[in-house]
Ligand binder design. Structure first.
Ligand code: CTP
Ligand code: MG
Length: 213
């Protein structure tokens, strides 16, 4: 099957304090690692960058400018490619995603799902809260065994993803847009090592641990 990847690197890295996706990591940049692993399943890799980007493309085949939201950046990447069978969307800020993880989300879509996401079970107890002025109050304790946290890479049937983004829309991941249209999204086992770099300590912790695994 024809597989393309959109690696989104169009964010501002506000919580990190700068464009974390281009920070140096193990002799390359964070984004270059993400592009390289995406290439293990994709014949075409599109990198989405901020409009201020002045780099060399991080090894991607195509480089396009993103938008204000992550969803707009994904749409910019989708708009740069021809129709394919499967699209994999990956956050540039997850440079430690494994080839196996990419292969397993693609395999789940090949097997018939509209989309596949890596999910991790939750070990902490999760409570629903509401904020009352200066105080946060617990409203309920959630059934933990019915919840997962999800990562990228996320794989999609091309037509399902294009339709999901067709109406515009905004969500913190692309699977949510497919869910809204009633698509079947399956969960494959995620990887604890597939951390999203969000704050400076996420990258510092990796350097302490010896860099890329
Ligand atoms: N992203 C993007 N375009 C945006 C926003 C985010 O391509 N308008 C990308 C980021 O570059 C990142 C991924 O989406 O690889 C996940 O987003 P996040 O971790 O939130 O990164 P930032 O938005 O850059 O960080 P922050 O929210 O702290 O500003
Ligand atoms: Mg963000």
């Amino acid at each position: 099957m024809h597989v393309a990847a959109v690696v989104v690197a169009g964010g501002r890295g506000e919580r990190f304090g700068g464009p974390k996706q281009f920070a140096p990591l193990d002799g390359a940049t964070v984004s270059a690692h993400s592009v390289r692993v995406a290439r293990s399943v994709a014949q075409l890799v599109v990198l989405v960058v901020p409009d201020s980007y002045a780099g060399d493309g991080e090894g991607a085949d195509l480089v396009v400018t993103g938008g204000v939201t992550r969803s707009e950046s994904v749409r910019a990447g989708l708009g740069a490619m021809e129709e394919v069978d499967i699209v994999v969307v990956h956050d540039a800020a997850r440079p430690w995603a494994s080839r196996t993880l990419f292969e397993s989300v693609v395999a789940a879509v090949e097997a018939g799902a509209d989309a596949a996401v890596p999910g991790l079970s939750i070990t902490d107890t999760v409570k629903r809260v509401s904020v009352e002025g200066a105080v946060t109050v617990v409203r309920a304790t959630e059934a933990r065994d019915e919840l997962v946290t999800v990562q990228t890479p996320q794989a999609f049937r091309y037509t399902a993803l294009v339709r999901a983004h067709g109406a515009g829309g905004r969500a913190t991941d692309d699977a949510a847009l497919v869910e809204r249209l009633g698509g079947r999204v399956v969960v494959v086992p995620g990887d604890e090592a597939n951390v999203k770099i969000t704050r400076p300590e996420d990258l510092r912790a990796a350097h302490r641990a010896g860099g890329v695994v």
